[in-house]
Write a protein that binds this ligand. Structure first.
Ligand SMILES: Cc1ncc(COP(=O)(O)O)c(C=O)c1O
Length: 461
C-alpha cells in the first residue's frame, strides 16, 4: 500500500465527522461545563492548553485513580496521558495520597525546613549523584532559576538551546530556526522583551560542528537540554553526542544543564544515571511529587563552590537581611510538596515499579509497531523506558527540523479522538503513551485493540 496519509484524506475527513458526533453524544455534561467555562476563563479552561484535546471541547474529569480516569458524563478511560507526565506514577497513588492527606492536616506552608525535607535532599543526592539541591514549584521555574545561577557564576549572558526544545515557559528557550536556518522568536510566542539575538544561541540537536561553532565564541553561560528530545516528537541522541556535548561545554567554559522532566521515564535515576551523564545542573519536575506542583534542581560540587563564592551562604558570612536572590518562591519546599516528594521517591520510584511500567510500555510499542508493519506505514516508534511514541516518518529524526516533518495535525487529532471515543486518553501534544505502575495488561490491550481498529478504518480495510 502507498502513502496512506495522502490516499485517505477524504476518508479521514468523513471519519473525523463521525467521531466528533460520537464524542458529542457521549459528553453532554462536559459540553455544558465548557460553555460555562468560556464565560470565566480566558480560553475557556483554567489552563489554556486544556482546550487542545481532541474532541469539540475538553472532557471534564470527575476522578482518577491509578491508570483510570472517569469523566463527568460517567465515561471511563485508560489514561496513557497521565497529565503529560505529571501523573507518571499513577493518579493518587495510595502511598503519595496518604502522605499528602496526612500532611495537609499538619501544616502546609511555614517557610521552615523539616526532617522529611532533609530526607528528600539526601535521597536526591544518593539517587542522582549531584550533591546540592534546591526546590521550585515547577520545572519551568527550576530551569529559570538554574539559568540565573549559571549566569551568576560564569559572568556570561548567553544560553545555548536546541531547535525544537521545550523546557517550559522559559523566555530564553522560545526560539526556533526559520527555513533559512536563522534564529527567530518562536511562532505565536511573544518574545516578552527578551533580546534573543543577544542572549541565546540556537543549534540543531546532534550536530557536533554547530555546537562547537556556537560554543567557541566563549560567551555561553549554559547549555540547556533534555538527554534526548521528547517535546517535538522523539529525537534520539546520536551515538557519541553526549560525550561531545560534555567535552565541548567543558572546553569552552559553559555549564551543562540536563532537564530530565520527561526522560525520568527511563528509570529511577533518569538517563543521567542510566547513561552515566555528568551534568553541572540537573532539573526534574512534574511527576516528582506525584503531581503536586514541585520541581528540584541539583548542582555539582564545583558549581556549588562557585555559587557560594558569588553569593555566600549565611554560615560563611552571607547576608541575612534584604537578601534577594531571584530564585526560590514562597511556596517552594512547602510541606505538602515535601510529603509528596518523599512518598514518591521512597515508595513509588522503585526498580520494581519501573520494571512493570517499562514492560507495559514495551507491550504498547510492540503492538503499534506490528500495526505499522501490517499496513506498511512509513511510521516508526521510539521508546524511552515507560514512554513510547510514534511519529509519521519512517526513521527517527536526528533534529528538531526533521522532527517537524513527522507531525501531521489532522491525523494526530483523528487518532487521538478515535482512541478517546474508545476509552483511551493519550497526550494531545504528542502521540505519546506513558505507562504508570498501576497499568494492567488488559488496559494496554484496550489501547492496542482501539489503535489497530483505528488504522483498519483509516485504511478502509
Ligand atoms: C523537558 C521539560 N522541561 C520542563 C517542562 C516544564 O514543566 P512545567 O510546565 O511543569 O513547568 C516541561 C513540560 O513539558 C518539559 O517537558
Amino acid at each position: 500500500m502507498g502513502h496512506m496519509m495522502d490516499i485517505d484524506t477524504q476518508r479521514m475527513q468523513h471519519l473525523i465527522e463521525r467521531e466528533q458526533q460520537r464524542f458529542e453524544a457521549r459528553h453532554p455534561r462536559s459540553a455544558a461545563l465548557y460553555e460555562r467555562g468560556k464565560h470565566v476563563y480566558l480560553y475557556g479552561t483554567p489552563l489554556h492548553w486544556m482546550q487542545l484535546w481532541a474532541g469539540s471541547y475538553p472532557v471534564y474529569m470527575s476522578e482518577a485513580k491509578g491508570a483510570r480516569l472517569r469523566d463527568v458524563d460517567g465515561n471511563e478511560f485508560v489514561d496513557l496521558c497521565l497529565g503529560d507526565t505529571g501523573s507518571m506514577f499513577g493518579h493518587s497513588h495510595p502511598a503519595i495520597a496518604d502522605a499528602i492527606a496526612r500532611q495537609a492536616q499538619r501544616g502546609v506552608t511555614a517557610m521552615l525546613p523539616s526532617e522529611d525535607g532533609v530526607w528528600v535532599g539526601e535521597e536526591l543526592r544518593r539517587r542522582f549523584g549531584l550533591p546540592y539541591w534546591q526546590l521550585a514549584t515547577s520545572a519551568s521555574d527550576a530551569n529559570r532559576f538554574a539559568l540565573r545561577l549559571a549566569r551568576m557564576i560564569t559572568n556570561r549572558n548567553k544560553v545555548l538551546v536546541f531547535n525544537g526544545n521545550y523546557h517550559g515557559s522559559v523566555d530564553e528557550t522560545q526560539v526556533e530556526l526559520d527555513a533559512s536556518g536563522h534564529m527567530r522568536s518562536r511562532t505565536n510566542v511573544h518574545a516578552n522583551g527578551m533580546d534573543h539575538d543577544r542572549l541565546v544561541r540556537l543549534v540543531e540537536f546532534n550536530d557536533v560542528d554547530a555546537l562547537e561553532r556556537e560554543l567557541s565564541h566563549g560567551d555561553v553561560a549554559c547549555v540547556i537540554t533534555e538527554p534526548m528530545m521528547t517535546n517535538i516528537g522523539m529525537v534520539p541522541v546520536a551515538p557519541g553526542y553526549h560525550d561531545a556535548l560534555r567535552r565541548l561545554t567543558r572546553k569552552y567554559g559553559a555549564l551543562l544543564l540536563i532537564d530530565e522532566t520527561h526522560t525520568i521515564s527511563t528509570g529511577p535515576g533518569g538517563c543521567t544515571r542510566a547513561w552515566g551523564l555528568e551534568p553541572d545542573i540537573f532539573v526534574l519536575g512534574k511527576a516528582i511529587a506525584g503531581g503536586i506542583p514541585s520541581a528540584v534542581y541539583g548542582v555539582s560540587e564545583e558549581v556549588a563552590q562557585r555559587v557560594w563564592q558569588a553569593k555566600p551562604p549565611v554560615w560563611a558570612g552571607g547576608e541575612k537581611r534584604n537578601n534577594h536572590s531571584g530564585f526560590g518562591g514562597t511556596l517552594a519546599g512547602n510541606q505538602l510538596t515535601i510529603a509528596g516528594l518523599r512518598a514518591t521517591l521512597e515508595h513509588v520510584m522503585t526498580d520494581e515499579n519501573y520494571a512493570h511500567m517499562i514492560d507495559m510500555a514495551t507491550r504498547i510499542a510492540r503492538s503499534v509497531e506490528a500495526d505499522i508493519a501490517r499496513f506498511a506505514l512509513p511510521w516508526h516508534v521510539t521508546q524511552i523506558g515507560a514512554r513510547a511514541e510514534y511519529m509519521f516518518m519512517p526513521q527517527p529524526p536526528v533534529n528538531g527540523t526533521q522532527a517537524k516533518t513527522g507531525r501531521n495535525g489532522p491525523l494526530e487529532a483523528f487518532i487521538h479522538l478515535y482512541l478517546l471515543n474508545r476509552g483511551v486518553l493519550i497526550t494531545p501534544f504528542h502521540n505519546m503513551m506513558l505507562a504508570c505502575p498501576q497499568l494492567t495488561p488488559e488496559d494496554v490491550d484496550q489501547h492496542n485493540l482501539a489503535f489497530s481498529e483505528c488504522l483498519t478504518e483509516l485504511a478502509g480495510a
